[in-house]
Write a protein of this length. Sequence first.
Length: 293
Amino acid sequence: MRRTWVKFYCNQWLRGSIRKESIEVRAIFADLLAMAGDNAFGEDGMIQLADDVGFTDELISGVLNVQLKTWLSAKERLSNHPNPNENRIEIVPLSQGFSIRILNWQKYQSEYKRQRPYREGKKKEDSPPDQRHENEMKKERDLDIDEDEDIDEEEKVTRVTKKVTIENSHSQEESSNSITSSHSSSSEKEKFLKFLKECEGYPFDSLKDEILFDIVNIKYPKVDHLYQIKKKIKWWEKEARGAVEKRPRTQILDHFEKAFPCKKKKGELPINSDVLDNIFWLERSIRQEEEGG
């Protein structure tokens, strides 16, 4: 669950043991707290990209906008302190990369969860009367039952049954389409990765390049991704052989942006703002890692 804030204990931060750490360690730990709160897995203080998909050291240093050696030093200090009681994070290996768990997250960050019923109740109270009325009317319309006395009970049952049948049919169709789409996307990703892996001089990395595919796949859903990546590879091979070694993933992202600039306009991406934020986060980490390299 993504949250808008995390709890920050001023006294402990200013006078506790964290004050003995270097400014780099303190700054990175503060960033990790914000990332855990902003992450979809923030309920347990987890920082990762998706189920069983985490970060590499290069990616996380890119997100934090620090040098790799600075991140590695801070990670060691925060997760493997000489005094185990001072450990503040745990590095959890995943099938792809690793996740970062903020220790004692539930102990110190439970306030947000406790306040959730209040925030939801307040939001409901603050909604305009007309909106509340509209919501009530919508519920009645969804039943699709005419309450006139002229319609007998048998006809009411028939109407409801017909509506449920239609909705179930639509639901099954959507589910089927979702499965087909998922299978198609998976197959496309495999080919996308295969092209990059076979490209001479390309620094293939399964985790980074899977993330790269996910970015272009979500940002440009109606684009022929395989055609575009083959086009870019062909340009490397025919026109600029040495260019493949210079920030290649950034080049690929720029290639899609230049080819389809209209997709960047506000409101044209068929995804919600949370997903878009995560995509921006990942794209930024790839670009910054290559800049640092």
